[in-house]
Ligand binder design. Structure first.
Ligand code: FDA
Length: 310
């Protein structure tokens, strides 16, 4: 599909995702209609089964309890308790899997201090269980508070925590430079939100170029770099750089999303690379699914076909 048509469709899907009628319909039928390709299920037991299968196939994995903005301190406390249960289960089941979470799910939208306290509690709890927590990156308004919180966690002595940088943002090279002294653990992504052109590159070719330049700087300078993309050209570049610099799987890994390019994931594992499959679960999977559909409008056809076949 032509890049401009693809970009236009992407915007339409992300804008339509806010429609209440579409949300209601997809939320009540979506898992059966094909969202299950991208989401491990609605319960922690569903997720554990999928994570075990991925580990058996040679993948590392992470999981996320899907959900984003919460509106009260009580709701955020409920999310913390559920994540403690996730961490406990991952450790008990001895899975090669960690947690990736969103700070808006811990209260960031209404209280940064509360989000810090909640994530600090989870990171400390995870350290006790020998587990790692990654803080996902959300829309551009959340970047400053997320990076502030990451810095505070590291300065408070927590090493079992990482976060994410997005190559579509013009600011990212500066963010990287200012955080490098912490020897950070970063995942690099292109960026999944609808951002205005004064903040983010509107053209995909520029986003890809920025990604390659960031990789060059991150691999080796960061304590750990998670190269999160399904873009084969960038994956090849990351592997070349890592090999030239003698970086093994303790310093970098490839990351992809559950259900996206599974054949490529399997090929990379067969070739001996560390590959993590990000495998979310939970009843609130709607916004996550919409971002996946928008990334590749062909997924929308897959989704609509499931609807017609019923
Ligand atoms: P690109 O979109 O150029 O796709 C390259 C190729 O991969 C496509 O041609 C297609 O073949 C395939 N592909 C990509 N997406 C697909 C899809 N949904 N379905 C089917 N095929 C697809 N974003 C963010 O803003 N904050 C975050 O914290 C994260 N976290 C995160 C973790 C992990 C492990 C991954 C892989 C991605 C994220 N993302 C993210 C999402 C990221 O920003 C980006 O939107 C997607 O990875 C899609 O971009 P690609 O890098 O894959 O390249």
């Amino acid at each position: 599909m032509a890049p401009s048509l693809n970009a236009a469709l992407r915007r339409v899907i992300l804008a339509a995702a806010d429609s209440r009628r579409i949300r209601r319909f997809v939320a009540s039928h979506g898992l059966r209609l094909g969202a299950g390709r991208f989401v491990a299920g609605e319960t922690l037991d569903d997720a554990i089964r999928v994570l075990r299968r991925l580990n058996d196939q040679g993948f590392r994995a992470n999981t996320t309890l899907l959900g984003e903005g919460v509106a009260t301190e009580g709701e955020a406390a409920g999310v913390v308790a559920r994540y403690e249960e996730v961490v406990r289960r991952l450790a008990e089941e001895r899975l090669q899997a960690n947690v990736a979470l969103k700070l808006t799910h811990l209260g960031l939208v209404f209280d940064e201090e509360l989000a810090y306290a909640n994530v600090e509690r989870l990171v400390a709890f995870a350290a006790g269980a020998g587990e790692f927590i990654r803080i996902d990156m959300e829309e551009s308004a959340r970047v400053d508070p997320t990076l502030r919180i990451y810095r505070r966690l590291r300065e408070a002595g927590h090493d079992n925590v990482g976060t994410v940088l997005q190559s579509y943002l013009y600011r990212t090279p500066d963010d990287l430079e200012s955080l490098l002294p912490l020897r950070p653990n970063f995942r690099l992504v292109k960026g999944a939100y609808l951002e205005p052109p004064d903040i983010a590159y509107p053209d995909k070719a520029d986003v890809d170029r920025a990604y390659a330049a960031l990789l060059e700087r991150m691999l080796g300078e960061c304590a750990f770099t998670a190269v999160a993309t399904h873009d084969e050209r960038l994956i090849r570049r990351a592997i070349e750089l890592a090999e030239a610099r003698g970086l093994g799987s303790e310093r970098f890994e490839l990351q992809m999303l559950y259900g996206v390019r599974p054949q490529l994931q399997a090929d990379l594992v067969r070739r001996g690379y560390g590959v993590l499959v990000a495998t979310p679960y939970g009843p609130d999977w709607y916004p996550y699914l919409m971002r996946r559909l928008a990334e590749r409008p062909a997924n929308l056809l897959f989704f609509l076909r499931s609807l017609v076949r019923r």
